[in-house]
Every structure is written in C-alpha cells, then in structure tokens.
Design a protein around this ligand. Structure first.
Ligand SMILES: Cc1ncc(COP(=O)(O)O)c(C=O)c1O
Length: 474
C-alpha cells in the first residue's frame, strides 16, 4: 500500500484508512469482494484471496437461470457424482497431446468404434471427437466438399460452384458452414403443418454440383426426423439416372443417442447406402456435460486424406482432423464413463424413462384444453413436447413462456418456425433426466394456471414478454 501523498485531503486519507482496515479484516474473514465492484474492464492491479475470487464468481452466477429448470436446452445439466469425479480429476489433461496421454487417445478411439457399431457401420471405419455437433458438421461438410472436388477433378470438370442441399429445419450451423466455406446453401423452405423434409422436396435442388444432402434426425424445432429412408432411395435413383453420387450426411445431434434405443428397427444410419457420415452430440442425449461431439464416417475412405494433418508432435507422428488443437480431454473420458457405466441396456432404460415422462407431460398438457400437441404418440420423436395454443386467445405462446418464467422460473422457450412456416408459434419442453414425473406434472399444472391468469389479465406488456426464452437451437 503506497504512502498518503502530501496534498491528499483529510477525507481521502480517512477513506484510505477505512479501506486498509477493511482489507485487513477481509484477510481474516475472506469477503473483500462484498465491498468492491467486480473487476470488469481491465485486469485488476492486485488480486484477491482465492476464497474471495471463488465467492465473487459464485455470487454473480446466482443471477443466471438454474440449469435444472432449463427446459429449453438439449444439453446435459446433470451427471452422476462418480462421473463428475472423473471429470474433475482430468480437467488438466489436454486431449490433443496424444504422445503424452496415449490412453486418453485410445479411449477416444474406443468411443468412436462403439458409436460406429451403434450406427451400423459396415466395417472398420474412422471418426473424430469434436467440441460438439457444430464442429462435427463443419468437418463432415468439409469432407463432402473435398470428396466432391476430387470427383470433379478426376472427371476434368469445373469445381468452382459447390452447393449443399438441406431443409429449413436444420440448425444454424449448416448456414454457417456454407458461409464460412464458400458453398451455396440450397435451403428447402418448411410449410405450415410440414416441419421436416422428404425426397420430393430435395430432388429438384440437386445437380452435378451438389456436394451432399444434410438430413436431420430429431430436429431442434419439433424433434421429428426428415424422411431419411425416402431421401436415401431418391439419391440412389439419382445416381443411377444421372451418375451423380450425392452423399447423405445425417445430423443426428440429438437423435443419434435416441433412435438406436427407442426405434432400433428404424433405418436412418449406415444401413442406408448413401449415408456417408453422421454427427452426434455427446453432450445432448449422450448424457455428458457440454463440450463433446462426434463425427463418424461410414468408411475410412469417406474422410479425404487431404484433410488429415500429420505432424511430428513431441517426437511422435500424429494425425489430426479437428478445427481446434488444445482442448480438454475430460468430456471424452466422461463419454466413455457413460458408455461403460450404462451399456446398451442402460441407455435404453433411460431413453424409455424420458419417453414415458414425455407422454405423461404431453397427456397432461393436452388435458388442460388450451393446447394442441405437435405430432402424435406414434411418431418417432425426441423426448420432448412441442405444443401450441389451440384457437384464438387474448394472449400467445410468448406470454405463457414469460408467465411461467415469472411464476416459477421455468425456462420454456417460445419461438416461431423457420420460413415458410414463420407464422407458426410453438412452445417446447425437453424431457430429460432432470424432469421426472413429479416435476413434469407440476409444469403441466403451471402451464394451465398461466393460461388462466393470462385469460383474465390479457397478454403481457412487451417488457415482460422479454422474459420468454426465444432461442430453440441450443
Ligand atoms: C439438429 C442439431 N444440429 C446441430 C446442433 C448444434 O449442436 P452443438 O450445440 O452440439 O454444436 C444442434 C443443437 O441444438 C441441433 O439440435
């Protein structure tokens, strides 16, 4: 602490003494953060005690939503204490450092092999761990682009105008890929009442410059799947008719861990001939905390050799196919933990539990008499309930989302669908392991009550409507 300068007023020097005294006391009581603003714009000149830093962050995060009441997210918000321990004990392990952590690299490969087998790959194949499905889709679509270019070069044809075909029901990352990597997006618009795509929608958009088709297993918006079997058949016919071998990439970000257990006989994966690559988020229904996704190829040859980087790292030749370099290995280990802890039967049991709770919730929401459920019990769908208000009201879905947020802190998103179904308003509840029977019942009652309150008082002030969560794509 510097000496008080000569020109300092009595008032200032008193303040400094008080501050010094408080500092002294804080050393004993560990609470300096309580009487200082949180450092924000600049690195603070002096640090603080470890406990103070920890409490400062903890105190501020209280203002965030409570993850367990976040019914908007597909991402895991609860793992077993043993899994948490595996994660905590391995936070310092760098995933990319294969030379130093060869067992971690082996465990990653085991996960890839298990997923390839779950997705019915015909033989030995390859894949990679990613940060999530977004990175996996970027890498998968890059592979499509590279393979298409190889085919065009081999045929001596122009390779300057690649396009990628997908529906308006995809996640924003598909547009992002096209913009970042200079590919023309050919987006099939949705229609009111039709929120997925099929072969007849896709076919008119395909030509010799199509690097691939993206189809979704479990859309972000309603949890349904595109007609993957139909699209696959159509692509086989296109191959026969025109000689264009257009590959299919399946965005199974959420569905990749749901369909194999709830709908094992439904074909969407490598059982279909044109499916060349699949992405899945470990941190969604793979039931791991955020930071893990997977990209799996049908065959080794579907990964263009040119995209693999070989380098001499710490004396060992290493091959990588990632957009990132250093990153944590803990979530890879957590994924493997879930695989060995749950096995096939464990995942099936948990998926069926979520599905049963989804049905309970859907039934109760339907019984309120206020809502229409999107889809039916016989549909193949993610464990979620998508619903909308039935008939004309003096309030809408955004008002309800705000009302349940205000009353009980529920984060239930309300959103409009992508074009040309953008007049359609929807609410959606993810039924994950943190929404058991009791909470599902409480939520249905709260939705019912919100409708009653809103019918009496009318729609909310625009300011209050801002409480509604409006981003479905997380
Ligand atoms: C269908 C679909 N694809 C891709 C993504 C992006 O996944 P991630 O958040 O793992 O990057 C999501 C996220 O919700 C999704 O639902």
């Amino acid at each position: 602490m510097s000496a008080t300068p000569q020109h300092t007023t009595h008032r200032e020097s008193d303040d400094r003494m008080v501050a010094r005294e408080l500092d002294q006391l804080a050393r004993h009581y560990g609470s300096r953060f309580l009487h200082e603003p949180a450092p924000d714009n600049e690195l603070p000149k002096y640090g603080m005690l470890a406990t103070d830093a920890m409490r400062l962050i903890g105190e501020e995060l209280v203002l965030d939503g409570i993850p367990m009441r976040n019914l908007a997210t597909f991402v895991t918000t609860w793992m077993e204490p043993e899994a948490q321990r595996v994660i905590a004990e391995n936070l310092h392990r760098n995933y990319i450092d294969h030379a130093e952590y060869p067992q971690t690299a082996e465990i990653e490969q085991r996960c890839i092999r298990m997923l390839a087998s779950l997705f019915n790959a015909p033989g030995e194949t390859t894949g990679t761990r990613t940060q999530g499905s977004s990175e996996a889709i970027m890498l998968g679509a890059l592979s499509l682009k590279w393979k298409w270019r190889e085919r065009r070069d081999a045929a001596g044809k122009d390779n300057s105008k690649p396009n990628l075909v997908f529906g308006g029901d995809v996640h924003v990352v598909w547009d992002k890929f096209c913009r970042y990597f200079d590919v023309e997006p050919r987006i099939i618009p949705l229609q009111p009442g039709k929120y997925t795509i099929g072969p007849d929608d896709v076919e008119p958009h395909i030509d010799e410059n199509t690097i691939g088709v993206g189809a979704v297993l479990g859309t972000t918006f309603t949890g349904h799947a595109d007609d993957i079997v139909g699209i696959n058949e159509m692509l086989m016919q296109v191959r026969e008719r025109h000689g264009w071998d257009v590959p299919l990439h399946i965005d199974a970000a959420s569905g990749g861990f749901v369909w194999p257990f709830l709908y094992p006989h439904s074909e969407w994966d490598f059982r279909l001939e044109q499916v060349r690559s699949i992405n899945v988020s470990g941190h969604k229904f793979g039931l791991v905390y955020p930071g893990i996704g997977w990209l799996i190829f049908r065959e080794k040859s579907d990964l263009p050799e040119d995209l693999v980087f070989y380098e001499n790292y710490l004396g060992k030749r290493d091959a990588t196919f990632t957009l990132n370099f250093s990153t944590g290995a803990a979530m890879v280990l957590a994924q493997y933990y879930n695989f060995v802890r749950l096995g096939h039967e464990g995942y099936r049991y948990l998926m069926e539990t979520m599905q049963a709770n989804t049905r309970t919730l859907a039934d109760r929401i339907a019984k309120c008499g206020e809502f229409r459920i999107i889809g039916s019990e016989s549909d193949e769908q993610l464990p979620l309930v998508a619903f909308q208000l039935e008939g004309e009201r003096n309030f809408d879905e955004f008002d309800i989302a705000s009302q349940v947020a205000a009353e009980r802190g529920w984060m239930v998103p309300a959103y409009t669908l992508p074009p040309n179904a953008d007049d359609v308003k929807i609410m959606r509840v993810l039924v994950k392991l943190t929404l058991g029977h009791t909470l599902a019942t409480a939520l249905a009652d709260d939705l019912d009550e919100a409708c009653r309150v809103l019918a009496e008082k009318g729609g909310l002030h625009p300011h209050d409507r801002k409480r509604a969560k409006t981003n479905p794509a997380i």
